[in-house]
Write a protein of this length. Sequence first.
Length: 348
Amino acid sequence: MKTKKWTVALLGIGLMLGSALTACGNNGGNAEAGATGASSAAASPSASASSSAASSTTDASTAAASPAAAAATRTYTDAVGRQVEIPVKPAKLVAHYFASEMVALGQPMIGTNHVNAKQSLSEEQLSGIEDVGGADLVPNAEKLIALAPDLIVVPDFVEKGDLDQLSKIAPTVAIAYGTDEFTRLRTLGDLVGRADAADAWIAAYEDKAAQTRDKLKSAISEGETATAFVLYGDKKLYVYGPARVGVTLYDSLGFVMPKSVGDAFAGGTELWKEISIEKLPDYAGDRILLVQSAGSEDTLQALKDSPIWSTLPAVKSGHAYVVPVRWGLNDPLTLEWQLDEAAKLLAP
């Protein structure tokens, strides 16, 4: 049962393994629902991502050089109600599943889960950061012991027994994964003593979103609708709501959500809902983004071969786009990446 629970949790994290995502149709996408002193790098999303490696080395050295700063602690109440004594300024952080957020914050890491992190971070950004990905959804204990971290951060889907075991190695904090990207970034910024960096990154992102809208104002008509769908390896079709790619489409680019989509997700917490191909016209907007996940190649071809696909207005007008799986992720570096990709994809 424990393995099954972890598998369901992984669906909400996101699009890492096509086979694991099969189960998401059974839970309606609820896997995640359970729950100015910033440097110039942190103030700019692009600069934050590209300068991470250098920033990590410098910041870690500074923190290590100050024993008093390293020794200062505070009590933190985590997402599952545990009170944990943590360093005010962690110098040896393991961020399991939160690598993108730490890069956005300019926070050095000594370890992370590379399988997850590689979805959003480059090899250069991961250079010098140990891979602590272990069995199931918990980091490898032997690697953690060797690294001797002063703080371990994990998602709140990690079970209590595993949290207890990790806490024997170093202070361990569970962070709610099912929140929106900006809330999660601010939470982590507060946790590692970089709240100003979180605010600065979000402000820089919002400025970039405004610039992207300006670039695309001649390409996107006022009131134009858009819908994002995703194909999984389970041979099923799902429609996205306001979360994940919806943040980019509706909040950042200014597309209008079709009423049918809004009605389907009203008052709920689902990330996506399964629909039949026959229902596709009911949800399709003037623009369609079709996210293709691993193992869905045959399903994509079957969809394109269906008579329904060719009748959609977005397809007829050339406004239907098959996009890579990263469009379905929900970390800060991916949000920024999506703005860059949208500027190219939708350019007039």
